[in-house]
Design a protein around this ligand. Structure first.
Ligand code: ACO
Length: 205
């Protein structure tokens, strides 16, 4: 039976992911969203989760920008997942990309890097060679991560931030927009500025 492609989440991030899939000639069957602002997303019908009737070859992407909510949705549904990689992204053939991960136009993922599951590489973001990103990481637009870095589960690198080489960012950390990170960052830390400084700790649970 032919695969059917679904998005979970019909807001702004879902719109960008739908656009990438349309550009890749992947026909999105339906969007699931229990609180949609509109009845369609780029002309794709939106239905509630209660109206969804599963078939064996359904493939999903959780197209929700919030890392914690994305994780909770993945953990509460037994879906199969596919990846969304924009035709205008540059992903090395020597990189690994986990299921459910979304890679936006002009993003770069270089050789030897491993992206976890359900990550977001947003527009124009760069992850250099030999990095390891955990599941649910979001590298925001125009952020750059230099070679040999490790980023823990659920962390967000804010827009335009820079992370120098060989650093470890813990899990569920937030790097503020425009920050310059020159030292390791512990789990749950919120870091801003140049050089980056911790302003608080924030556990999403
Ligand atoms: C496609 C898309 O739209 S993807 C979305 C991408 N979004 C981002 O990259 C946003 C990243 N988020 C940020 O930069 C946020 O400002 C955060 C998470 C760092 C902090 O947010 P909050 O927890 O709400 O902190 P809040 O706004 O209260 O600021 C706390 C202090 O940090 C400062 N601060 C906040 N963000 C930054 C920043 N990016 N750079 C420098 N200082 C900052 C504030 O000025 C404030 O300082 P003060 O206490 O001296 O007044």
């Amino acid at each position: 039976m032919k695969e059917k492609y679904y998005l979970f989440g019909g807001s702004g991030h879902g719109k960008v992911v739908a656009d990438i899939l349309i550009s890749s000639n992947i026909n999105v069957h339906t969007v699931l969203d229990d609180h949609p602002a509109e009845s369609t997303l780029l002309n794709i019908p939106i239905i509630s989760t209660k109206s969804y009737v599963p078939t064996p070859n359904d493939q999903f992407i959780v197209a929700i920008g919030n890392n914690w909510i994305r994780k909770k949705i993945v953990e509460t549904h037994a879906f199969s997942y596919f990846k969304a990689i924009a035709p205008a992204a540059n992903v090395s053939q020597f990189a690994e990309v986990g299921e459910g991960t979304m890679i936006m136009p002009k993003a770069v993922v270089n050789a030897g890097t491993k992206l976890g599951k359900h990550c977001i590489m947003n527009s124009g973001s760069i992850v250099e060679h030999d990095c390891v990103l955990g599941d649910y990481v979001h590298v925001s637009p125009n952020a750059a991560v230099a070679g040999h870095c490790t980023i823990g589960e659920g962390s967000q690198i804010g827009m335009g931030a820079s992370v120098i080489q060989c650093l470890t960012i813990g899990k569920w950390a937030i790097i503020g927009a425009g920050a310059v990170i020159i030292r390791d960052v512990p789990d749950y830390a919120v870091v801003v500025g140049n050089p980056g400084r911790i302003i608080k700790f924030n556990k999403p649970e």
